[in-house]
Design a protein around this ligand. Structure first.
Ligand SMILES: N[C@@H](CCC(=O)N[C@@H](CS)C(=O)NCC(=O)O)C(=O)O
Length: 196
């Protein structure tokens, strides 16, 4: 059985949601960032990690992609143009949405106080609003999900980031993105992961 190292209220949620989508059994080993348990699985002390038999995998997006490939769902097949387009969307979300949220977290509670620049928040909020508008335009062309009519890795990443943004008081999402997010969060798989 898979073992997920992390907490529900962290990027580990992405992995829990993916495993629920795949219908795979798993155990959640609660570990906070930089804890002894986290460091046992990743010398950087970061969460999440996934234990799959003898292998320990790190990074939420690497893990989601691994699971999607391994179980042959929630992804376009590797080595196809559709997959390159999907990966481009995943990496865009990392560059333009996750990175803003992570920078905000760093300057709010992660970095030692003397290194924090609280005034950075207003710039991050403006960037977020601009990037979410770009996402809304993509979604308008794509359909029900960001890559078309099938749910895939970047949908899980986007919806997790939007929930994170809400919790961190980032600007409200445009209505179409709010509705998309709400629809995905209503999936029984999302609720099951959140209830862990
Ligand atoms: N890109 C990595 C980032 C992992 C990460 O930074 N996780 C946070 C918790 S959500 C953490 O463990 N932070 C502790 C640290 O950076 O020292 C991923 O997506 O898994």
């Amino acid at each position: 059985m898979y073992r997920v190292i992390g907490t529900v209220k962290s990027r580990a949620f992405r992995v829990l949601w993916m495993l629920e989508e795949l219908g795979q059994p798993y155990e959640l080993v609660e570990a906070f960032p930089r804890s002894e348990e986290a460091t046992k699985h990743n010398p950087l002390g970061k969460i999440p990690a996934l234990v799959d038999g003898e292998d320990v995998l790190t990074d939420s997006v690497a893990i989601m992609t691994y699971l999607a490939d391994k179980h042959g769902t929630l992804t376009a097949p590797a080595g196809t143009p559709a997959r390159a387009q999907q990966d481009a969307m995943t990496l865009w979300l990392i560059d333009e949405v996750d990175a803003l949220l992570w920078t905000h977290s760093k300057h709010t509670f992660v970095l030692p106080e003397k290194l924090r620049q609280p005034t950075i928040a207003s710039t991050l909020h403006k960037e977020f609003a601009r990037n979410v508008d770009t996402f809304a335009k993509r979604l308008e062309q794509a359909g029900d999900f960001i890559m078309g009519d099938q749910i895939s890795v970047p949908d899980l990443l986007a919806v997790h980031c939007f929930g994170w943004a809400f919790g961190a008081d980032f600007p409200a999402l445009p209505d179409s993105v709010k509705a998309y997010s709400k629809r995905l969060r209503a999936r029984p798989t999302f609720r099951a992961a959140a209830g862990r």
